[in-house]
Design a protein around this ligand. Structure first.
Ligand code: SF4
Length: 425
């Protein structure tokens, strides 16, 4: 998918500055191409590769200054600083133009600490021309809000935004949608319904635009029928919803208070309501809670298959640096890979990075992999397709189901055990 954050940075950059965007997932980077600044956005999962890229620019003798920013840099600035000439923490809007001015005068500072921006992307339309010619999925990524008011213990976003949600003016979002041609949108918000009244304002404004959209939202959206009606009327096809676990103990353990009211009958009422509204749900589960056993993890998979979710993720809990969950595991001496899974040469994608309570780390890795394989098996894809109120609601929904399920099935096998870096020197 299109890297939204780079389109925003491009839009923040003065027009007289030439920009070239390279997406390491899709193309090779010409490390010797002359440039004044190389800006790299770093997520925890891409930290290792980002540091390799910085090293490759230097190894190629490129005199460009290297700037790193993003979630991981904000969580671990000292680590990132060792690989860059300059770092930027927090939301770039606050200090991007100051950094550009410094660069023009040859006085790039070693560090820019951005204050939270009350209004993200204020008056700024994402520059989408930088995506042209690259093979992204035909869906437009944009944001209405950043952050979330909840504080689930494993959530890095909650730490980054300090339990706040910052929203854009609805008119800016509408202008951005009108500025591009696509009618299928992905709001990559952490929790689009964290502030229900603001979400309603957005949904009302989307109705006349006749778009189709997906996003991410907490399950408590279902407590507000007006919100749900507006959501559907505005073109929502479904959301990624953090179910996390089918065990109340795990929900309590992770501080996911927002889910508690839906656990009495194991989400049955919530799932029925999602079906009633015709939403195709991507159910996100986390596995490896202290109460989890190999059997409870497989039971989670059976639950997901039985409820015929359109998509589901079975993510092993990841201790992100800076989160309460990371600190807890550190204190208990349960972190593996020297407590730095994101940079450890032996760590592999989708592997457990901590010592679980009721099984070995390898058993947890295998249990999660089994869930992904089972949920995405051909038999499961066929049987889940026959959910008449969601996946078979209309031909468009059915096509969406048929196009994306095989893609995700392929990813299950392609991504398992991937390394984080290429070993580029
Ligand atoms: S509801 Fe979602 S976005 Fe909000 S804190 Fe919890 S995990 Fe993070």
């Amino acid at each position: 998918m299109e890297p939204l954050q780079l389109g925003v940075l491009a839009a923040l950059t003065p027009a007289d500055i030439e920009i070239k965007m390279y997406d390491d997932r899709l193309e090779s980077i010409p490390f010797d191409e002359p440039a004044d600044l190389v800006a790299i956005t770093v997520e925890t999962f891409t930290a290792c590769r980002s540091y390799e890229i910085a090293a490759a620019y230097r190894a190629a003798g490129n005199p460009a200054q290297i700037l790193m920013g993003g979630m991981h840099v904000t969580l671990l600035p000292d680590e990132a600083k060792a690989h860059a000439d300059s770092i930027m923490t927090g939301d770039a809007e606050d200090k991007w133009s100051e950094m550009i001015d410094d660069l023009r005068c040859g006085r790039l500072k070693p560090r820019y600490d951005c204050a939270p921006v009350a209004v993200p992307q204020k008056g700024i339309l994402t520059r989408r021309d930088i995506y042209e010619g690259k093979k992204y999925l035909p869906i437009t990524l944009l944001q209405f809000s950043r952050g979330c008011r909840y504080n689930c213990r494993f959530c890095a976003s909650s730490v980054f935004f300090k339990q706040h949600q910052y929203t854009r003016p609805v008119e800016d979002v509408v202008a951005e949608i009108k500025s591009q041609k696509r009618k299928t949108l992905f709001f990559v918000d952490d929790n689009i319904v964290a502030d229900r009244e603001k979400a309603k304002e957005l949904f009302r404004a989307l109705i006349p635009l006749k778009v189709k959209w997906v996003s991410q939202g907490s399950i408590d959206m279902l407590a507000d029928d007006e919100l749900m009606r507006l959501m559907v009327k505005s073109g929502c096809m479904g959301n990624v919803i953090g179910f996390e676990s089918i065990l109340s103990e795990s929900i309590a353990e992770m501080g996911k208070g927002v889910n508690r009211g839906y656990m009495a009958n194991r989400y049955a009422d919530a799932i029925e309501k999602l079906r009633k509204y015709g939403l195709q749900t991507w159910a996100a589960f986390t596995v490896g809670h202290d109460t989890d056993t190999a059997e409870s993890i497989l039971e989670t998979c059976r639950f997901a298959r039985k409820n015929k979710f359109t998509f589901a993720a079975f993510n092993i809990l990841m201790p992100y640096p800076g989160t309460p969950y990371y600190e807890q595991l550190k204190e208990e001496g349960r972190l593996l890979y020297d407590g730095k899974w994101w940079g450890h040469p032996d760590y592999r994608f989708n592997h457990a990075s901590f010592q679980p309570v009721h099984m070995t780390a390898d058993e947890l890795t295998q249990a999660a992999f089994r869930c992904r394989k089972s949920f995405n098996s051909i038999g499961s894809v066929i049987s889940r397709a026959f959910e008449r109120r969601t996946n078979m609601r209309n031909p468009y929904r059915f096509m969406t189901y048929l196009i994306y399920n095989p893609l995700f099935r392929r990813e299950v096998f392609e991504k398992q055990g991937m390394t984080f870096g290429y070993g580029e020197k």
